[in-house]
Ligand binder design. Sequence first.
Ligand SMILES: Cc1cc2nc3c(=O)[nH]c(=O)nc-3n(C[C@H](O)[C@H](O)[C@H](O)COP(=O)(O)O)c2cc1C
Length: 323
Amino acid sequence: MKTRITELFGIQHPIIQGGMHYVGFAEMAAAVSNAGGLGIITGLTQRTPELLAKEIARCREMTDKPFGVNLTFLPALTQPDYPGYIKAIIEGGVKAVETAGNNPQKWMPILKENGIKVIHKCTSVRHSLKAEQIGCDAVSVDGFECGGHPGEDDIPNFILLPRAADELKIPFVASGGMADGRSLVAALAMGAEGMNMGTRFIATKEAPVHENVKKAIVAASELDTRLVMRPLRNTERVLKNAAVDRLLEKEKALGPKLQFQDIIEEVAGVYPKIMTDGDMEAGAWSCGMVVGLINDIPTCKELIDRIMKEADDIITKRLARFA
Ligand SMILES: Cc1cc2nc3c(=O)[nH]c(=O)nc-3n(C[C@H](O)[C@H](O)[C@H](O)COP(=O)(O)O)c2cc1C
C-alpha cells in the first residue's frame, strides 16, 4: 500500500509506532521498522543526549530500515537538553522525528537543514494547521480516544479526522484508537494516509516492558481508562488502577485548588516501576480506550501483516460489495 506517508518516510506499510515513555526503546522501534512500519525511539526516556546517541546506535544494529525519534516538548520548569538530543539525532543519521507537546517551531530550521522529516502530533485542527504553517512534513492527528495526552478539546477521531482532511494540505496519519485493519481502512476513508498506534504496540512480543503490562492490556476493556489531571489542563488518559482511584479522589476533594504537588506520588517517576518492574499499582500510566480491542500478544510482524491483510480484505471484498 503506497500513500504519501509511506513515500515520505520510505517505509513499506503506512503504520507508525508513536513515541512512548519507557516503551520506545531500541527493541521496540527496531521490531516495528523491521516489520515494515516506522518504529520510534522515545527521546526523553534516555536521560541524556549521550544515552540517546547510544540507543540510536543500538537500534541501528537491530535494523537497516528507517526509524525515528520522538521529541516531546514539555512545559517543564527545567527544560531537558533539547539541542543535545537534536545533535544526537542528527549525528545518529536519523531522518524522521515525531514531535509532540509544545510547538516545535524553534527547532524546525535545524531539523530541516539536516534533511529530517518532521511529523508533529496534534490533538486539534488548529494545531495541525499551525504545524503545516511552520513547515512540518506531516501531522499525527491524535483523537480524544488516544492513550496519553488527548488535549482539552475532547474531539473524537470520527469528527477530528475528516475535519483535518478538509483543512490540511500536508499528509496526516490517524492516531488514537487504532488497532487493526478496520482502523486502517476507516482512517484512510476519512482522509488519513496511514495510522499511528501506541497502546496496541505495547501488547507485542518485542515490546521491552514487563509481562504484567501486556497482561493488563489484554485483560482490560474499553471501559477501563480514565482521564486524570484535567484540573491542571494537562489531561492524560490512563488505565484505571488503585493509584488512579486515589488521584481522582484528590481531584474531587481539592477541585480547582488542585496542584501538581498534590498528586506527585501518583504521577512522578512511576514509569520505570510500571514498565520495567511490572508494579501495576505504582501510579498512573498512559493507555488508550483501544485496550478494548486488544486480545493477544503477537510479534510486531504478525500484527502488521495481519493489519495489512485485513485492510486488503475489507477494501477488496467487504467494501467492494457496496460499490
Ligand atoms: C504508555 C504510553 C506512553 C506514551 N508516551 C508518550 C510520550 O512520551 N510522548 C508522546 O509524544 N506520546 C506518548 N504517548 C502517546 C502515543 O505516542 C500515541 O500518540 C498514542 O498512544 C495513540 O493512541 P493509542 O494508544 O490509542 O494508540 C504514549 C502512549 C502510551 C500508551
